[in-house]
Ligand binder design. Structure first.
Ligand code: BGC
Length: 751
């Protein structure tokens, strides 16, 4: 039975308490009497249990699909199951905290670590994060949701200052974390390396204490990203608990505690949170566990089957015929040497790896013939020979399946990409092959998205396979042959070209700063609002069957709305559809994206089967963050609701009228005359003042005239400086009168 914390802390010396706030080594904390050692290991899609860094010497673990692949399944139940599987392996390996999931927003496709992140949309990222955390923690293992916050690039990642306004943070970069914290109660949150508006995330009191704990109610441990703490004492004061890795700087913490610069209660708080973390794991753990790696591999396979996105399928080119004498050329080194995860801290020492080539051969035998087609390192001489061989094979086959993608050296934690193109040698190979056959299918393996506009006309079908973990090869083979039906959807828009991405001119910044100048207009929020063409829109993904949408009803409910509609599988194979609900707000007082995803559901339907879905939307689905009012606001009026298969394939349209919610705007000396006139109390106060200032009548306030419109735009305070009879302080007096009258208007009689 663990002792109560109050009993533990008095026994600890100041040195011990100071020591608790940092690691003992790379992956664990220091044990002290009453608080045991806690171990933490990467990472988001499988475990990497090593002594220091790298992967050598690591114990084998199952490599599940990285976030890019698993996220594209849009299936939280599946993601939860993967979380449970990771949690089981963590238990078996004695890991207390799994360092993941990573749920940062894909602001630019150039971020080298996008393969570890889920989406350009906070709802999709948050739903994924919640499911993974719930799954991991169901096994009595803690999760560490990361990297908090606004860590959307690798360039200068340890120092760059993200210059971003609060509305953009609240609407785009924080909601996924908020959802995970409020709904899944992660044991730990990992703060990021970068600065936010000049303050390191690890020292950011607004972020780590006011938002995370005071507003969202987080009660776990805030751990630093590895090496993210610059000033140990400032970080502790701001709300960081544990600096990782290693104990550097403990002497500085101790001296600050001894001198009183760092209040002792801050260290008591750290001890208390670490104790709670250890207790939580001990209490919910179910004892020792044996891992059945075959069963874990099966889960990795099921997860991999739902990630690939069928971007295009001209004349039902896919699935490939499973029987008969069709000869299939499998071309591309990726078919034999799969790229199934990214490099860096998330790399998992897989228990085994399926290749698409073996899997296809296993399924349809010697109708499959292989040519590597290109080298990963772009060796020109070797590529010329391989390309000629592939051309001969393609010419002599009925179908050619080309496995293209990004070699390992193209993307990783630690650096960003410079282009979203496929390597030149692969594009040249595609051209060569397409010159001898029209029957070309392209299968892609890439963590960050690649542009398709310049080459897609050469392919009859494109299956975007992302990175799919150790069972990805088998999954791709089954999808190509129609043994499974693709059901992945894009969690990020595929732009026509890099130059059209909204962060293009601001990414990755310079001289220690990156300005989030595109604000909330990230991904489809930008393309759809601007009406720009994209190659493939957010939410897009085809199936071997077809779905119909019908019967939309939208009804206002407490503060939000209830949306109901029916999805029917009208084709002749079983399949799954991700139905998406988008909300539009054209009447808002401030600029908003054309529409935003507010809900989604994945439904599995047999041929001819229908399912009615009812989705409740709360007021947040309609709200924006007001910088002036520091709160979520719903403006009174009509909102549009659109339901469909992608942000650009909306099949059903409805509307709902909602009342205003959130604090009302307050008039100030800076409020324009128009706002004063529009407000009943403000107008009364203003008209009263005008009546007493005879020369104020010289200012024409009739809004039907140009002059009136011009004056309407002038702030009250500024206008009064031009009225000769207005005494100094007149504007402030009007504001005071307005405040007093407004209070009287809302107070019940007798107060
Ligand atoms: C990464 C984290 C990771 C940590 C420990 C850092 O470089 O940013 O995601 O969990 O290393 O490996």
């Amino acid at each position: 039975m663990p002792r109560e914390l109050d009993e533990v802390i008095p026994d600890l010396s100041l040195e011990q308490k100071a020591g608790l706030a940092s690691g003992a080594d790379f992956w664990s904390t220091k044990p002290v009497p009453g608080i045991r050692r806690i171990t933490m290991n990467d990472g988001p899609h499988g475990l990497r249990v090593v002594a220091d860094i790298g992967i050598s010497g690591a114990k084998p673990a199952t490599c599940f699909p990285p976030a890019v692949g698993l996220g594209a399944s849009w299936n939280p139940a599946l993601q939860r199951e993967v979380g449970e599987a990771i949690g089981r392996e963590a238990r078996a390996l004695g890991v207390d905290v799994v360092l993941g999931p990573g749920i940062n927003i894909k602001r630019s496709p150039l971020c080298g670590r996008n393969f570890e992140y889920v989406s350009e949309d906070p709802l999709v990222a948050g739903a994924f994060g919640q499911a993974l955390v719930e799954g991991i923690q169901s096994q009595g293992v803690g999760a560490s949701v990361k990297h908090f916050a606004a860590n959307n690039q690798e360039t200068d990642r340890m120092h760059v200052s993200v210059e971003v306004d609060e509305r953009t943070l609240r609407e785009i970069y924080l909601p996924a974390f908020e959802r995970v914290v409020k709904n899944a109660h992660p044991a730990t949150v990992m703060c990021s390396y970068n600065r936010i508006n000049g303050v390191y995330a690890s020292q950011n009191e607004w972020l780590l204490t006011r938002v995370l704990r005071d507003e969202w109610g987080f009660d776990g441990v805030v751990v630093s990203d590895w090496g993210a703490v610059v000033d140990r004492v400032e970080a502790l004061k701001a709300g960081l608990d544990l600096k990782m890795p290693t104990a550097t700087g403990d002497d500085r913490v101790l001296a600050a505690a001894q001198s009183g610069e760092l209040p002792e209660f801050v260290l008591d708080r750290v001890a208390s949170r670490l104790e709670m973390l250890a207790q939580r794991a001990d209490a919910s753990r179910l004892g020792p566990i044996d891992i059945d790696f075959d069963a874990q591999h099966e889960i990795a396979l099921r997860a991999a089957l739902e990630g690939p996105v069928l971007l295009k399928n001209e004349n039902a080119a896919l699935p490939l015929p499973e029987t008969g004498s069709t000869r299939i050329a499998v071309v591309g080194e990726f078919a034999r040497t799969p790229r199934y995860q990214g490099s860096g801290s998330s790399q998992v020492p897989s228990t085994r790896v399926d290749t698409a080539l073996d899997a296809l051969t296993g399924l349809i035998g010697d109708r499959v013939r292989f040519a590597p087609g290109f080298t990963f390192d772009g060796d020109a001489d070797a590529d010329a020979e391989l390309s000629a061989e592939a051309r001969r094979l393609a010419a002599d086959s009925d179908w050619t399946v080309l496995f293209l993608g990004l070699p390992d050296s193209y993307e990783s934690e630690g650096f960003d990409r410079e282009t979203i193109s496929l390597p030149d040698n692969q594009l040249a190979l595609l051209e060569t092959v397409a010159a001898v056959t029209r029957r070309v299918v392209v299968v892609l393996s890439n963590g960050g998205l690649v542009e398709t506009e310049s080459w897609e006309f050469r392919a009859r079908a494109i299956l975007e396979g992302w990175l799919l973990g150790q069972a990805g090869g088998q999954a791709l083979a089954q999808l190509l042959l129609g043994r499974a039906n693709p059901s992945g959807k894009l969690t990020e828009s595929i732009p026509v070209k890099l130059e059209e991405t909204s962060a293009y001119t601001n990414f990755p910044g310079c001289e220690g700063q990156v300005v989030y100048g595109e604000r909330i207009y990230v991904g489809y929020r930008y393309y759809d609002t601007r009406g720009l063409p994209v190659s493939y829109p957010f939410g897009h993904g085809l199936s071997y069957t077809e779905f119909e949408y019908s019967g939309l009803t939208v009804t206002a409910s407490e503060g939000g709305a209830s949306v109901a509609f029916t999805v029917t599988n009208v084709g002749d194979v079983a399949g799954a559809e991700v139905a998406q609900v988008y909300r539009g707000d054209r009447h808002s007082a401030i600029d908003r994206p054309l529409h935003e995803l507010v809900a989604f559901r994945k439904v599995f339907l047999e041929p001819g089967e229908s399912q009615q879905l009812t989705i409740d939307l709360d007021s947040r689905a309609f709200a924006y963050w007001s910088i002036a009012r520091h709160d979520w606001i719903v403006d009174e009026g009509l909102f549009t609701i659109a339901v469909g298969a992608s942000s650009r394939d909306l099949r059903l349209h409805g509307e709902v009228r909602l009342a205003a919610q959130g604090p009302a705007p307050r008039l100030t000396v800076f409020s324009p005359i128009a706002d004063w006139i529009a407000d009943p109390v403000g107008s009364q106060v203003l008209q009263g003042a005008i009546a007493q200032l005879p020369d104020a009548h010289a200012f024409q306030l009739d809004p039907t005239t140009n002059e009136g419109r011009m004056f309407a735009a002038i702030p009250l305070g500024h206008l009064l400086t031009m009225v000769p009879s207005a005494p100094s302080g007149a504007a402030e007096q009007l504001v005071a009168a307005y405040e007093q009258l407004s209070r009287a208007a809302v107070s019940p009689p007798g107060e």
